[in-house]
Design a protein around this ligand. Structure first.
Ligand code: SF4
Length: 347
């Protein structure tokens, strides 16, 4: 039975909650330097959202532990990722940016949520089956509980919206089901069901011309690579494979280089390449040179900002610590409510 004082505080909290701006939450594993796929698929969206929402972005180092073989380089990867995020425009003053393990309340919530999730539900998830297939030597509990920890990440901050692509919608539905189970089990409404903020995440194909851009497939182009490295990576891009000789006409519609031109080059150049490629008026070598030049020009301001930030990594760590403090304050409030709802004895 809640005391009068607790009820008043709860009402005040509720009032404060309704006064707050809508929140978005998203997290990404610390994969180090970010590539163009990360940039176009997630980071740009993060930057846009921070103007309209209270945005909370985590570098999910605990999630990374489920599959990585060594933690060597984990700290470096967190820093490199944060440098790219901040250089790309995620503002640590506007957004709450932090490293997941620096807000350990998420582990506590994960434990409580795990009590309302059936094991069969977790083992049936296609993502778990896929992970088992990919990591047969290391089927650890973390892999199984991954969706529960992911739900805890989201629910800890009373997230209103999660920016996800359509393909990730089932993950969010899982978190919503946990909310319903938890709230029903403990006759409470402390956890709120997050909504999907559908995002048009373009599928960026890597330099191999076939697979989604990915560091592990070595088909990526880093956003902060130097100009020469960018040129080299672009040179290695697979084009229209039917175009064997320079004199063969090509088809830009099936060429990944052209897909990049459409993103990074001016419309006039795209129109010219579209026209000339089809009549063999331009060769792939020249076409790639133009792409590399446009990519380097587009990313130059980001690279400059990154180089500046990298001169003082302590400031980046300080921003992440400050983010963890702000995130921790929200997390503390949620955990207090959750414990109370469950009926856990106060310390
Ligand atoms: Fe692709 Fe450009 Fe070669 Fe055409 S000219 S096939 S668009 S790389």
């Amino acid at each position: 039975m809640e005391s009068k004082e607790e009820l008043v505080r709860k009402e005040e909290n509720r009032f404060m909650e309704t006064q707050r701006p809508a929140r978005v939450y998203s997290a990404a594993r610390p994969t180090g330097r970010q590539h163009i796929g990360n940039y176009l698929g997630a980071i740009q969206n993060y930057v846009a959202l921070q103007n309209d929402f209270q945005s909370i972005y985590a570098i999910a180092d605990v999630h990374a532990l489920t599959t990585i073989e060594t933690t060597q380089g984990l700290k470096e990867n967190c820093l490199e990722m944060a440098l790219d995020w901040f250089a790309a425009g995620i503002d640590p003053e506007k957004s709450i940016v932090f490293i997941q393990s620096h807000v350990p309340q998420v582990m506590e919530l994960h434990t409580y949520l795990s009590m309302v999730v059936a094991v069969g539900k977790l083992t049936d998830l296609p993502t778990f089956k896929e992970k088992v297939r990919m990591h047969p030597q290391n089927v650890n509990y973390g892999l199984l509980g991954y969706p529960v920890l992911m739900s805890a990440d989201i629910l800890l901050f009373k997230t209103d919206f999660v920016p996800v692509g359509i393909d990730q919608a089932p993950h969010l539905e899982f978190a919503r089901e946990i909310v319903r189970s938890f709230n029903y089990r403990y006759r409470t409404d402390v956890l709120i069901e997050p909504q999907m903020k559908a995002t048009a995440t373009p599928k960026i194909i890597g330099t191999d011309g076939v697979n989604k851009m990915s560091k592990s497939l070595d088909n990526d182009i880093e956003i902060a690579a130097d100009e020469k490295t960018t040129e080299k990576r672009v040179r290695s891009m697979v084009t229209d494979t039917n175009r064997v000789r320079r004199s063969d006409p090509g088809n830009p519609d099936i060429c990944n280089v052209f897909a990049f031109h459409k993103i990074f080059s001016p419309p006039e150049l795209c129109a010219e390449i579209d026209r000339e490629c089809r009549v063999a008026g331009i060769g792939c070598v020249d076409c790639k040179k133009k792409l590399a030049a446009d990519l380097n020009a587009s990313l130059a301001p980001l690279r400059e900002r990154r180089a500046e930030l990298a001169k003082n990594p302590d400031r980046v760590w300080e921003s992440l610590r400050a983010g963890a403090k702000r995130a921790g304050a929200i997390a503390d409030a949620t955990i207090a409510e959750v414990r109370n709802a469950i009926g856990i004895v106060k310390p």
